[in-house]
Design a protein around this ligand. Sequence first.
Ligand SMILES: [Zn+2]
Length: 354
Amino acid sequence: MGKKKGLLERIDAGEAVIHASGYLFEMERRGYLQAGGYVPEVVLEHPEVVEQLTREFARCGADVLLAFTYYGHREKMRLVGKEDLLEPLNREALKIAKKVGDEFPDKLVAGNICNTNIYDPADDEGPVRAIFEEQIGWIKEAGVDLIVGETFGHIGEAKIAAEIAQKAGVPIVIGTVLHGKKNNFRDSERFFVDDLKDLKDSGADVVGLNCHMGPATMLPHLREITEVIRDGRVAGFPVAYRTTPTQPSFGSMRDRDLCCPERLPVEGISFPVALDPFTVTRYEMADFAAKANAVGAKYLGICCGGAPHHVRAMAEALGRKTEASKYSPDMTKHAFYGTDESLKDYNQQYKSQF
Ligand SMILES: [Zn+2]
């Protein structure tokens, strides 16, 4: 992988590392993936679309290029009756990320694993372990710079994932989720930071939170984590939605201005495909990036609902210039709001009528 700086080298030098995910939601919105099952078949059906989104994230400043294998594991493939595509899908997704990685030699290519939805703390962990073993096997063969595990609501499952991921011999980032209003994982009564500390001590290199919460909800929790884990190896990549103290998770958001609750897939619940009015602006993500970086969380990014423009704003808030920054907003030549001397007063004055 050449001489590029590795994940931990960057973080330990005090640099933030920008992560971009949210592929499931973005592909669904573009018409390449079905909400509900959320299986990334697009990897095989339209690899060029996945490749292009990965490239867009890279141009906008993502440091980590993620293989799109989220929910591409054996349990999800079984659920849609396509277990035969499991291995080709995982291999193709890794190939796509590596291909874009070749175009951007300083970027880090990441393998991806996630919650299996069949982990039961009271049950034998056998099938869960097998799911991670086979995915990590393909990741290891592909050769990546790091592995990112996402959206673990059970600390027990996160620990199994981290333990198996260690076999690949690359740094491991584990993102966990706090559901709703609780401060503990589904299988634990402890304060979640204590469990994250254990997870880190047991071999995950970077630990933190991803998904479910929007940036404003996640930031105070990142503060709680960085009070205990002080080496910067803390991850936060929230959904790009405006969650609130009363609606802290995107899974339960209700839109008070909703026109037609009966049209939604789950009546009255905006999750997952009617969250649009809650989408955060790029400036909210920029603010999150600056503040999270300042409290000492160095692995930052976006999850569901996020898009390349959010990533660019985050990168710029951290003082970077991205390939796409040449197109970052500049209103000086705008007909109504601009300042260019050649612009017509006639229009500039008219904006008071807006
Ligand atoms: Zn997400």
